[in-house]
Design a protein around this ligand. Structure first.
Ligand SMILES: Nc1ncnc2c1ncn2[C@@H]1O[C@H](COP(=O)(O)OP(=O)(O)OP(=O)(O)O)[C@@H](O)[C@H]1O
Length: 752
């Protein structure tokens, strides 16, 4: 029996009050919005098609956001009357058309390794400006196949350029199409319709993907073009001449973009995002949750999904995990063409043998390309893809083996033989990554982490499994004067982006994050990844590690393993086809570690005292406010003596003085140098560790006297035994498969 597409909200479903509001006021789109200057956030550039911008309404002191939540979505589908163009706009548009017509790029000479793909000159210019002289291996395999019209399942290591592996063919196709109709787009005789939908599991990843695509579409400024012209290879004749621009700081053309890319994510103004969609976009990068919210109210957009040319699932395996699957499934159903929607069976429903395709020709007309990319897709799934890609006409489908299989069956692969490109490294380890582990008691993890951060300055991304853990560690880091920023789902989106940006721009800093930061984030030069807690699956381990050692750079990861976590580590390694001993240990100066423990203990004491004072103040204020509101005397009417339940002024003063004393003590400790055992502070040429040579060579550690400057990778001990890959068991093949059963089982086993 066919299952129908879930019902989306229509106008009739809207609350009467909202409908009324919409009728009696101007719609948001009819107001003269004007962009206000803002600071750049999250290093994402300023080219997010306005999503991160603030707006105000021109010529209006009071703005009534009529039906602000519902917006004017019903208008999106209808043809909009093109606004009249002023003389200035016409001149700008004419210049943009001329610029486009004269754009060419001598790829054979300047980018010989990209030449064979015959990409649009706009893309080649950008690749050249970004110094991407050669395609990465996944790009070299995926781009030609995609340009030939193939559907692709791409699996390649983290940081290997998967975004552009699917992004460049999409942009190329749309650039070609839009170049020929640019004049109509400029004069708004034609409205943009959605050509490509890219779905990503997290907001940060979606914003990053749209940032990468926008960077590939940016204009190259006149000066840079001139420089190249002297070499006689580039022929862009009309640059705007604003000086050399890096792709992250695009020159905004006044004319509408040739290709418009927008990110549609939760946590940011839904109304603004609706308005951007209303204007029309070519490429949408979205998280399933926000997109489904918008689709439920927007018939026009839902219709546009039926005519997509490209559908991409980035980090597909992550998206189907709990919480995302329902919305993703609903969206995928909207991308299905007429007949296919009726061919997918719901295993819950009774069997029906009448599943014939009603309109076979609908399948033939289907020309959407589908790309599924991840660093971790199980071999099983890749095999199943071949088997399940398209249900046999009129035949019953076999029941899908897993949620991911189910998803793949729901995907509208047009291609009878989707191209499966698997370039994942053996054991999940990127060649430029150095792994290590440290065995320690749970209670000592803070001290080990603190030691590591001091010993190896740099940018460190520390993964914790819970938000509470981050909340506990943050004040400690602050008291210990370590620059740390939190990132987790309970922070506001703006704060998330701000913290990410601070981490990106602060050289010696720490990001304390949950696994929302594990996937896809491309933060330049993360030196270390620390697994403060053991990841819950092999996939998560691979993705967390993938935040360092990206694009062939060196990287380092440290696994902190408490005795009760050893079984998890064994299971984790087993799923990767490896053994626990394959991960070498890192050396530590235990003598210094003890000194650091004293600092940590003091910091904890201060934090507890501060927490207590804060809590008491909060309780006191709450009680007084509640009593005032009810006109009750706290002391007599409620039978509460303020002495019993809240501290007296004197008690609070004493507590504050005590905390201040502890803080002064800690400050003093922090100011004292950490001196390694065997160092003579009196005579720098004596002691079992004379430091004079290191000082002359400028090779000494700034905070740990007596130690040489070193990198974490350098201090890793040799592996205890010869690395021997264990025979890949059948379930071990699932190493990067969704779930990684063994680890999950071990994690949930209280006996373990
Ligand atoms: N051809 C290229 N040459 C050099 N650098 C490139 C090239 N293509 C992409 N990059 C850069 O490599 C980095 C990693 O790319 P990207 O984020 O697409 O990796 P990924 O494979 O999607 O990683 P993950 O699996 O972690 O999501 C980016 O900073 C990107 O700009």
């Amino acid at each position: 029996m066919a299952r129908s597409i879930p019902k989306r909200k229509t106008d009739a479903d809207l609350e009467p009050s909202r409908k009324k509001a919409r009728r009696s006021h101007l719609s948001a789109n009819e107001l003269p919005w004007k962009v206000l200057p803002t600071t750049k956030e999250a290093g994402l550039g300023d080219d997010f098609d306005g999503i991160l911008e603030l707006e105000e309404v021109d010529d209006s002191s009071t703005v009534e956001a009529a039906g602000s939540d519902v917006g004017d979505s019903d208008k999106i589908a209808g043809p909009s009357t093109p606004p009249k163009q002023g003389k200035k706009t016409k001149i700008q548009n004419a210049a943009a058309v001329t610029e486009l017509e004269e754009l060419s790029f001598d790829a054979e000479k300047l980018l010989p390794n990209w030449h064979e793909f015959s990409l649009h000159p706009r893309l080649l210019l950008s690749l050249h400006a970004q110094h991407f002289s050669s395609p990465t291996p996944i790009q070299a395999r995926a781009i030609p196949a995609a340009l030939k019209g193939k559907d692709i399942v791409g699996v390649a290591e983290t940081g290997s350029g998967k975004t552009l592996a699917y992004g460049l063919p999409i942009l190329h196709a749309i650039l070609e199409e839009n170049t020929s109709r640019y004049t109509s787009l400029l004069s708004q005789k034609q409205k943009r319709t959605l050509r490509a939908l890219i779905l990503a599991p997290t907001r940060e990843l979606a914003l990053q993907v749209s940032g990468h695509l926008n960077a590939c579409l940016n204009h190259i400024s006149g000066e840079e073009v001139k420089e190249e012209e002297e070499e006689g290879s580039l022929s862009v004749k009309k640059g705007k001449g604003k000086g050399k621009q890096l792709p992250s700081a695009p020159v905004k053309s006044k004319a509408p973009p040739l290709v418009s890319v927008a990110a549609i994510v939760g946590g940011m103004s839904a109304q603004k995002q609706r308005r951007i969609l209303d204007r029309g976009v070519d490429v949408m990068v979205a998280t399933p949750g926000r997109l489904w919210d918008i689709l439920q109210e927007n018939d026009g957009l839902a219709l546009q999904l039926k005519n997509l040319k490209f559908l991409v699932l980035d980090e597909a395996d992550r998206m189907i995990e709990t919480g995302h699957f329902a919305e993703l499934d609903n969206i995928l159903r909207l991308t299905l063409r007429v007949a296919k929607a009726d061919m997918i069976e719901d295993p819950e429903l009774p069997e029906n043998d009448d599943d014939e395709v009603e309109d076979e020709s609908a399948l033939e007309k289907d020309d959407m390309q589908t790309f599924v990319f991840s660093a971790t897709l199980s071999k099983d799934l890749q095999r199943n893809l071949k088997r399940h890609q398209r249900p046999k006409r009129g035949k019953k489908n076999t029941k899908p083996a897993s949620t991911l299989d189910d998803l793949v069956m729901r995907l509208d692969f047009r291609d009878p033989e989707p191209e499966v490109i698997d370039l994942s490294p053996e054991g999940g380890v990127v060649s430029t990554l150095k792994e290590s582990k440290i065995d320690c008691m749970t209670t000592d993890k803070d001290a080990f982490l603190y030691y590591f951060l001091l010993r190896y300055p740099g940018r460190s991304l520390v993964f914790l499994s819970s938000i509470d853990g981050i909340r506990r560690l943050m004040p400690l880091m602050e008291l210990l004067e370590v620059k740390a920023f939190p990132l987790h789902s309970q922070l506001e989106q703006r704060q998330r982006l701000k913290n990410l940006d601070r981490f990106k721009t602060t050289p010696n800093s720490v990001l304390l994050a949950t696994d929302i930061a594990a996937r896809g984030l491309d933060i330049p030069s993360v030196d270390h990844v620390v697994h403060y807690q053991i990841p819950r699956s092999a996939d998560v381990y691979v993705h967390r590690n993938g935040r360092t050692a990206r694009a062939k750079r060196d990287g380092f990861s440290l696994l902190m393993c408490a005795p009760d976590e050893r079984r998890l580590v064994r299971a984790l390694m087993g799923s990767l086809g490896r053994q626990e001993e394959d991960i070498p240990e890192i050396t530590m100066e235990m003598y210094l570690l003890d000194k650091l423990k004293a600092r940590i203990q003091l910091a904890r004491q201060i934090d507890n005292a501060q927490h207590k004072i804060k809590k008491q103040n909060h309780e006191k204020n709450w009680l007084r406010e509640a009593a005032d509101a009810m006109e009750i005397d706290v002391d007599s009417d409620m039978g509460l003596s303020s002495d019993d339940d809240v501290p007296s002024k004197h008690q609070r003063k004493t507590a504050n003085v005590k905390t201040a004393g502890l803080k002064a003590e800690l400050k003093q400790l922090l100011a004292q140098p950490l001196i390694a055992r065997g160092v003579s502070t009196r005579y720098i040429t004596s002691g079992s560790r004379p430091i004079v040579d290191d000082m002359i060579a400028g090779d000494y550690h700034e905070t740990m006297v007596g130690l040489k400057k070193s990198t974490a990778g350098h201090d890793v001990l040799p592996v205890k035994r010869k690395v021997k890959k264990v025979e890949a068991k059948e379930e071990a093949e699932e190493w990067h498969g969704f779930g990684s059963g063994e680890v999950a089982a071990a994690a949930s086993d209280p006996e373990s």
